[in-house]
Ligand binder design. Structure first.
Ligand code: PLP
Length: 319
């Protein structure tokens, strides 16, 4: 008998109760005279905003009878979704295999493996699409695979609309003037954007893009150093986002802001969080000092030890 069974009949998935209801904190930037409201998604149990999507897709698949004892959850991801699916799979007793680009940091691979999931690497040349195509070929040839399809699964955006978005509205009840976030699948921008616009139609919903791969701004995708966002194409879910504009953030600016968040505010977060805050600061300056601008701190810094975030020399440790 496990220690759990002494007090409860079954508690293998108790970790799932830690997902969501993350704090929204004010970050006050003295010199700029601006306060940014940051949703602390890095506090989810596997360390990122992706825990929400992983839980909602796996529970839905269980409900619809799509996950049997032989099933393998197979997803292509830059890392955070893989870590989240691996955690949910471990808690719910499902096998998980994750397709990852070779450029994803080694820490992410190790975390996925620590949860008992399998990592399959693919070459990075054509971005996410290579991995997505590969996952579809694998699933076509083997009925054990279940594909969460985070890039097109409507549950991704719907879950953000009904959990992340509603939490933000509860946490900042008086007024919201803007919501600013980067996009990987576009689920965060689509879901939170819809929830916020439904309550505050005048609020601006703004996409953060790496300046080196500003696809919404009409530029060609290129290598950038903001891991987790903008994978070389405009994802289908992003087209549902009620966007009012987009802001380009250079990778160097994202790194500098991420380091500032850690050294000045004690927030040990990843590079896309720094990029989001840099973009939110710009929107806030445009809207004025009283503006209530919300953004997302997406994940923890520990998964970037081997990247440029922890080493200023780009030649030795390129992202
Ligand atoms: C670190 C990080 N930031 C931001 C995002 C963007 O989130 P979404 O997929 O909801 O657009 C992701 C998604 O992969 C991510 O891993």
């Amino acid at each position: 008998m496990s220690p759990c069974e002494l007090t409860l009949p079954w508690c293998g998935d108790a970790v799932l109760s830690l997902i969501g209801n993350t704090p929204l904190i004010p970050i006050h930037f003295e010199p700029e005279g601006v306060t940014i409201h940051a949703k602390c998604e890095f506090l989810n149990p596997s360390g990122s905003i992706k825990d929400r999507l992983a839980q909602s897709i796996v529970l839905d698949a269980e409900k619809r009878g799509l996950l049997g004892p032989d099933s393998i959850i197979l997803e292509c991801t830059s890392g955070n979704t893989g870590i989240a699916l691996a955690m949910v799979g471990a808690a719910k007793g499902h096998r998980v295999a994750i397709l990852m680009s070779e450029s994803a940091s080694i820490e992410r691979r190790r975390l996925i493996q620590q949860f008992g999931a399998e990592v399959i690497l693919f070459e990075t040349t054509s971005g996410y699409q290579t991995g997505i195509d590969l996952s579809r070929r694998m699933a076509a040839g083997d009925s054990r695979y279940f594909l969460p399809r985070q890039f097109e699964n409507p549950l991704n955006a719907a879950d953000h609309e009904h959990t992340t978005g509603l939490e933000i509205l509860r946490q900042l009840p008086e007024r919201i003037d803007a919501f600013v976030a980067g996009y990987g699948t576009g689920g965060t921008l689509a879901g939170c954007g819809k929830a916020i616009k439904a309550r505050y139609p005048e609020a601006r919903v703004v996409a953060m893009e790496p300046a080196e791969a500003a696809l919404l701004a009409g530029e060609m995708p290129c290598c950038h150093g903001i891991e987790g966002v903008t994978g070389g194409f405009i994802p289908p879910l992003l087209r549902q986002a009620p966007l009012d504009g987009d802001i380009k953030v250079k990778s160097s600016e994202a790194l500098a802001m991420t380091r500032r968040l850690s050294s000045q505010f004690g927030l040990l977060v990843g590079t896309s969080s720094g990029a989001n805050v840099a973009a939110a600061l710009r929107v806030s300056r445009e809207l004025g000092p009283r503006a209530r601008v919300v953004t997302i701190l997406c994940d923890r810094a520990e998964r970037y030890f081997s990247t440029r975030l922890f080493n200023n020399d780009p030649d030795i440790h390129p992202i």
